[in-house]
Design a protein around this ligand. Structure first.
Ligand SMILES: NC(=O)N[C@H]1NC(=O)NC1=O
Length: 462
């Protein structure tokens, strides 16, 4: 164990989220750190055997001059070039683009005892995320107007360690108030987020498809996306049979939120997503389904919508790819989230969909709370806070996702310790590219500088 800790923890702390500027243009809606280059050199080379590039994983060097990447060369091509400038050799460490997380709840201002910008953005950096977009709820007041967005911006200023942007909220209160939504978008919200089921937070009520249609028509003008939590409550109680509803059992929770909730929501969404087609009344707007868990009918419906020309994308999260319902122990409410983590067969299908491009990207859906709300003593899945705290570990979830030790280990070890037959750099590379694909170019993320993370993995064989 000592050996493991010595070896693994330094590795797995994802040691360095080293941040360098690749390119930079002004973006009025993102807060950017400009003092993050960690090396005092004007001209240097980062050498590694595992540099993730758009064209594959190479052994080579990244040349940085005046805080910009000016070249990336393969080892066999460097022919003495490296003599000019300082050399920093990272050996077998993975050197790759910083991840973009489009879905995190940092809860600042108003619920900073749950999480705030300083700890949340440090966790992001530790997890290889160099840009995150913060959700409009769990903070108080919720970010549903230009005024409440200003409160968030003020809270973030000088308190962030990675780049941060903000989503605004689409709620019944503002959905039919075009002026209010336009003010929110003009003030810098990168798009809107809404829920088709209770959000878990009273001050962020759910929307129906009329609200969503209204929201899309405003978003079309700004060419920005609507992110939707796609679950519609069905008659879930009927899934709980007598004697089978132990609230400490994960299977009880699973039955309360079946895949039919996701399917019903996506079916309804697709009645309005047609508007986003070229020539449609909401052309320019975009629908993005957050944290898909059901890799069955829900995914199929989204594939069909895409093939029909609807402007739709979908994300899933590392926890849906790393864990399965069968592994979750009684009372271990760390794993409670919505929609729930489903069975192992579903997990396999999610992986396939991600790697084949049917799922467009990963996000963390980082949603921490104070420990009390997780009801660790009681272990009641039906009452505990729904949300997984994962900014700092999502990349590890992914790289360690195929394991059999999950249920027997303490959480801090299980995140890091496991080796994987699945994990190889090809997978990592696909995920990196998908995360960094800038799906959200239309909202200004195209103007981001690109940043590098360097991290160590003990997994070998690639
Ligand atoms: N309010 C909130 O953070 N909800 C998130 N938690 C979760 O598990 N799913 C969500 O959408």
């Amino acid at each position: 164990m000592d050996y493991l800790q010595l070896r693994v923890l330094p590795l797995l702390a994802l040691l360095a989220s080293l941040i360098y500027f690749f390119y930079f243009q002004d973006s009025p809606t993102l807060f950017e750190r400009s003092d993050c280059s960690l090396f005092p050199y004007n001209h240097y080379w980062i050498i590694s055997k595992r540099i993730v590039t758009p064209h594959g994983v190479i052994s080579g060097a990244v040349e940085v001059k005046e805080e910009k990447i000016v070249s990336i060369i393969k080892e066999e091509d460097w022919h003495g070039n490296l003599k000019k400038g300082q050399i920093i050799d990272y050996g077998e460490a993975v050197v790759m683009p910083g991840l973009i997380d489009v879905h995190a709840h940092l809860n600042d201002p108003g619920r900073t005892e749950w999480e705030g910008f300083p700890s949340g953005t440090r966790a992001a950096a530790a997890g290889g995320i160099t840009t995150l977009i913060d959700m409009p709820l769990n903070n108080f007041p919720a970010t549903v107007s230009a005024e409440t967005l200003k409160l968030k911006i003020d809270a973030a200023e000088k308190n962030i360690y990675v780049d941060v942007g903000f989503w605004g909220g689409l709620v019944p209160e503002n959905a039919f108030d075009a002026n209010s939504l336009e003010a929110l978008l003009s003030a810098g919200a990168l798009g809107l987020k809404s829920f088709m089921c209770p959000s878990g937070i009273n001050d962020f009520p759910m929307t129906n498809s009329s609200h969503i249609k209204e929201g899309l028509s405003i978003l079309a003008k700004y060419r920005r996306p609507l992110l939707v939590h796609a679950e519609i409550p069905q008659d879930s109680e009927s899934h709980l049979e007598n004697g089978e509803n132990d609230p400490r059992s994960y299977s009880t929770y699973l039955k309360t939120r079946p895949p039919s909730w996701e399917e019903a929501a996506i079916r309804e969404l697709l009645t309005v997503s047609k508007d986003t087609r070229i020539g449609g009344p909401a052309e320019g707007a975009h629908l993005h389904v957050v944290h898909l868990s059901d890799a069955g009918s829900s995914l199929q419906l989204l594939k069909e919508a895409k093939s029909n020309g609807d402007s739709v994308t979908v994300e899933t999260c590392p926890h849906y790819l790393a864990f399965s319902a069968e592994e979750i122990k009684d009372g271990d409410t760390c794993f409670k989230c919505a929609p729930p983590i489903r069975d192992a067969a579903n997990k396999e299908r999610l992986w396939t969909a991600l790697l084949e491009g049917d799922i467009d990207m990963l996000s963390s859906d980082h949603s921490p709370s104070v420990p009390d709300l997780k009801l660790f003593d009681e272990g009641n899945f039906l009452k505990a806070w729904g949300g997984i705290s994962s900014l700092q570990v999502g990349l590890s979830f992914i790289t360690n996702s195929y394991n059999c030790f999950i249920s027997t280990m303490p959480i801090h070890v299980k995140l890091y310790w496991l080796t994987s037959s699945r994990c190889n750099l090809v997978v990592i590379q696909n995920i990196v590219l998908q995360c960094a694909r800038l799906e959200f170019q239309r909202v200004g993320l195209s103007s981001l500088k690109l940043e590098i993370v360097i991290w160590w993995t003990w997994i070998t064989g690639y």
